[in-house]
Design a protein around this ligand. Sequence first.
Ligand code: SF4
Length: 745
Amino acid sequence: RGADVDKWVKGACRFCGTGCGVYIGVKDGKVVAIKGNPDAQTNFGFLCVKGFLAYKCMYHPDRLTEPMIRQSNGKFKKVSWDKALDTVADKFKELHKKYGKDAVAYYGSGQAMTEESYTFNKLFKGGFGSNMVEGNPRLCMASAVGGYISSFGSDEPVGAYADIEYSKCLFIVGSNASECHPVLFRRIMRHKMKNPDVKIIVCEPRKTTTSKIADLWLPVDPGTDLAVFHAMAKVIMDNNWHNERFMNENARITNGKETFDIAAYKEFIKDFTPEKVEKLTRCPADNIRQAAEWFANSGASTSLWTMGLNQRTRGVWANNLIHNLHLITGNLFKPGADSFSLTGQPNACGGVRETGTLCHLLPGTKPVTLDKWRSHIEKEWGIKPGTINPKPGFHTMKMFDSLGGEKDTSKPIKGMITCTTNPAQSLPNLNKYIDGMRDSFLVVIDIFPTRTTQLADVVLPAAFIYEKGGVYGCSERRSQLTEKCVEPMGNAKPDVWIAAQIAKRMGLEKLIPWNSDDSMKNNEMAWSEYIRVTKDTDHTLAGATYSRLKKEKAGLQWPCPTTDHPGTYKRYVRGMDPMFEHEGFQKKFGIKMPLDRQFYFYMDSKGEGKANIWLRPYAGPAEVPSAEFPFYLTTGRVIEQWHTGTMTMRIPEIARAHPNGYIEVHPDDAKKYGIISGDMVEVTSIRGKSILPAHVTKVSLPGILFVPWHDQAMDRMINFVCNDAVDPGSKEPEFKIAAVKIKRI
Ligand code: SF4
């Protein structure tokens, strides 16, 4: 398509957490093509169908192009931006005055740009004094965050995608990477094809296309894999395949209260024999033994996981137990060895996690409860000491449970802005939360009508990424700038401008001054402030200025403390990680790096530079099949569709592929229920039901059903059925596991 465009603009893909680098082709002021960036270290020029066709949704006739306010007859009326913004600001002022600071909330997204998350976080925490700030990464990555912080002391991976090509053994857990991170999966396949001796182990309840390239499949019942990880650890310890020196130098064994020696660790896992674990999980004992041997003795093992591990009531523990395997075998700092969480969304890491746009965090991923950091942020933001509430707000599920109308005295949150997300389709146990969204004062910023805009009072049309520009930070700590390519459709506006205009109307223009008509100028000011505020953190991007990001072919990986620093491949390794020499960081956080330590987990809260090998007891899912609900239900994505289908269902080529949800049923179960492919099947949990066409296939184990969750039709929306029980640590809901029954209708 090179000859058909006026210019190619460098940027990042709008969809998954792989973070593929793209070039956006512009002709006559319109985006007409997207191609892969061959210099991008994430994808080396390759794209999947979503990234390649993303631009096609931009010009769909459904685009929201004018602000709208719901009238007393329930219908929306198009209004001017002034009218819409005045309405939002006036109502928020009123709610603030009447019900207090925490009556207004923000719910953002791992698909919003970093500048947008930073701006809304600042507006709410610094302007309104409300920590009722959350984002949809709570629904997908919070357990990974909890796992990294509790095991290694700091969020996000040690290494990078580059470890794939150095790896001798890849342990893929709870991830259908072939469909959910397809370009990254291509790297895995290519590595395997070039190096047939590389072992690939896949652990998950479905034998997906990811499992098809595996040397070994560890099938498990949903939520039971904690036992498999302990059993692998037991086999490793029993055979002396562990790395005692690495364990002693770099880790402590703990249950959170006390520390233990290696003998006590062996004692703790002694009951997890492969045979016992086979009975509990359905994973064959021999497969567990083989996986342990390959993992421990490969020379360089990397684990990769995503929602199958995170969206669980024991998601943090599952993450800890994967990290344990790396810590006991010393598979961490060398090339090809890493414990790597694959992020679902394109900017869950860079946007929401790193800017601290969650109820308990501040920019730099430091907690609101940390007095020193709160004072630092207040000083940087030029606000009065004590403005930021030291008490965390509500996590996502509690926030939506607390959202309601002014007449409802049981619901303290009365108003909410949502940005770049569709909670009326994406929350689990939807029946419980829809009334709150409908009854409260709901402002939705989005590019298309969604289930959430149907419940809104005010709808604000947003510019698409390629109409405004901004930074995305993908799974491997890499931030990439997308430059603005074209003007927004109709009267759509960039989200930073929208936030700044609301701030202006609430007397907070000094706090959020980024309200010019030039979106790249606004973004650059927000970004520059963000990297200045966080320059002394272990996540520093101080060297990743806009002018540098424009020049870099493939973005930059933090820590990147100075404009001449190339970015960091491995954290915690002397000679590779710049934090070993970063005086500002060490001073700010009172860290001393001993010269005799080559590896140092500098965010260890005990100040010993060690990671934690956790003694986590086994715990299964919140719901298990019963006589009444005899099946496990698990959900996920298909390669063509993205989340709630808001964008992908408006790309004609993609809309034709998997337009509807379906329910995968194993042939043994189908026979018992008299179901054949194409029959309509009602699937019911204690919370709700859904009706879907059957797809009879051996992909899942017998007794396990699978439904993709992109379908927007009310009767096929599977999140009515999903469980909203949360992990006690990460507060992430257990989307992945529900007990259900089925019937053919
Ligand atoms: Fe976009 Fe992910 Fe596909 Fe890459 S793999 S093109 S980031 S959707």
